[in-house]
Design a protein around this ligand. Sequence first.
Ligand code: MCF
Ligand code: ZN
Length: 330
Amino acid sequence: MSLKELPKLELHLHLEGAAPPSFIRGLAQEKSVDLSGIFREDGSYAFRDFVHFLSVYEAATSVLKTPDDYARLTRAVLEESAAHGVVYCETFVSPDFCGGGDVGAWREYLHAMQEAAAEAEARDGITLRGIVTCIRHFGPDKAKDAARCAAETAGDWIVGFGMGGDESKGRQGDFSYSFDMAREAGLHLTTHAGEWGGAKSVREALDDLKVERIGHGVQAINDHALCDRLAEDGIVLEVCPGSNVVLGVYPKWDKHPIQALRERGVKVTVSTDDPPFFHTTMTREYEQLARTFGWGPSDFHEISQVALDAAFCDADTRAKIAEKLKDHPQ
Ligand code: MCF
Ligand code: ZN
């Protein structure tokens, strides 16, 4: 079986960040918004560095203005993911962009995304779940609005709460009120840490927010005691190697620590993060892992099992996805 067809789980995908550039250009045209500054001549997204990436992301997102826009986005993203063998996906969604943190408006966006996801599941056999995400550089007060939206809509579709954004702004612990609220509502927790903020930020995420997964977390490799802690506590890293290489966390694939982390016993999974921004797909991530580290069927099988165990979905969904992995022996 080719790497493209191999059934895959993806636990770290930002919904707007997965928008094909042509989709965003089309919406901009419909709404007469000039977004020419965020695209290169070849049509791809243009950004210089991490901070510029965040502002281009927000500019692209600015043309998504209604629940129906989000339904269309969800359809476009899931069609692309399913074409790369993804059978289960968790996506970051932000009430900041979907109704400005208002719970009533958020419910309407959520309903539109869920309906689109149900259609995609029936058509392409891909299951989607949502992780409500606050945005670190928007600050702790906006995060409380996001957490309230998350708590009010927690259930079998909104399964987690997380945080992304600029790791240089504030500390993980500044957001503990929001993470506590989400935990009390029964949500699973993850946060971006150890992408830019060093091993220290991963420790803060564990100590102050008590998360069970870490977005990226790759800089933990510089602290062997922390790796031991991650391994012992079964904390799972949502590793996005292609994203790290394009944003310059690591200069090239063979300097990426994903294999070294595995060798230290840390549980890792593989995701694309914001695939068109980073010129990647799940197939490309797998191809690069095979080329760079010699990963073969047993490695990909192990990665899928780790992701299945770490997925935030309920037991019925997990069992259904497990069957899909069994249907395709690797
Ligand atoms: O993982 C990448 C890079 N590191 C940090 N944050 C983000 C990444 N992709 C998107 N984000 C953030 C960004 O602030 O998540 C938000 C964006 O606005 C969207 S969450 C639906
Ligand atoms: Zn991310």
